[in-house]
Design a protein around this ligand. Structure first.
Ligand code: SAH
Length: 258
């Protein structure tokens, strides 16, 4: 199960933190390290701090964007200590680890860690299903990046050793991955602009709220296909408006007959 948990480090400035994170991961049985735009990598400092975990550095994948790094993941958790202006669903480290290990039984899961100086941006957080907080003293709650990876890696190990929860009975279709959701958001935004609901110059706030709504609901692949179908039907109707009102969508559910 732990092999399906990916650790993603965004914009890391100090290569030593990448090495120390790799070591923390390997100690706890994690193997998949993803780096988004690391300032310096590969680096001798990272290799030295990784010690016997340099194989994780060799296998680490680098990405240009967070969206690319989590594209194949069914659950994305943003690890962050910062309080947000738009509150986001939140889990504490222990509960997050249990969720992650359960979801890892059905596909890859990502834990995303932010920059040493400024953490994760709101746009990055909007790509996460949950924000994860490590309980700490409020007076000084910001851990070193590799120390934060260590805490989560340890919690993941404990969660994996205590076994996973059963999947809810409603899971009758494969989970959607982050790339499916990104395609849906792009389609949704285009339709909202086309119908004049969204101002193209300032889509951010509404789209963040809509992302929060759908990441709470976590639609599966079938449900996303239905939503995409609805969007395509709206677009088709705008291109070729139906002459008779109440013509419906062919299944009678929208007809004008009582
Ligand atoms: N000063 C930054 C914190 C950077 S610490 C800020 O304002 O956000 C580097 C990273 O370690 C964070 O982005 C986060 O992923 C993780 N981290 C550190 N302390 C944490 C805590 N108490 N809870 C959750 N994540 C934490």
């Amino acid at each position: 199960m732990l092999r399906n948990v990916h650790i993603v480090l965004v914009d890391t400035s100090h290569p030593g933190n990448i090495g120390a994170a790799a070591r923390a991961m390997k100690n706890m049985g994690l193997a998949r390290l993803h780096l988004v735009r690391p300032a310096r990598f590969p680096s001798a400092e990272a290799t030295a701090r990784a010690s016997g975990a340099d194989d994780l550095l060799v296998a680490a994948q680098c990405h240009e964007t967070l969206t690319d790094a989590v594209a194949d993941c069914t659950l994305v958790l943003g690890v962050s200590a910062r309080v947000r202006s738009l509150p986001w669903p939140m889990l504490e480290a222990r509960a997050a680890a249990r969720r992650a290990v359960t979801a890892a039984g059905r596909g890859p899961v990502a834990l995303v860690f932010g920059r040493e100086q400024s953490g994760l941006s709101n746009e990055e957080l909007a790509r996460c299903n949950f924000l994860v907080r490590i309980p700490a003293d409020p007076v000084y709650s910001s851990l070193n990046l590799a120390a934060a990876v260590q805490v989560l890696a340890y919690e993941l190990r404990l969660a994996a050793e205590s076994g996973t929860e059963a999947s809810p009975a409603t899971e009758d279709a494969p989970p959607a991955v982050a790339a499916d959701l990104e395609r849906f958001y792009t389609h949704l935004e285009a339709v909202l602009v086309e119908i004049g609901f969204l101002e193209p110059a300032s889509p951010r706030h509404l789209m963040r709220r809509l992302r929060r709504l759908f990441s709470r609901a976590r639609p599966d692949r079938n449900e996303l296909a239905i939503l995409r179908g609805i969007l395509s039907a709206v677009q088709a109707r705008r291109i070729r408006p139906q002459v008779e009102s109440g013509a419906g969508n062919g299944d009678g559910s929208m007809g004008s007959t009582p």
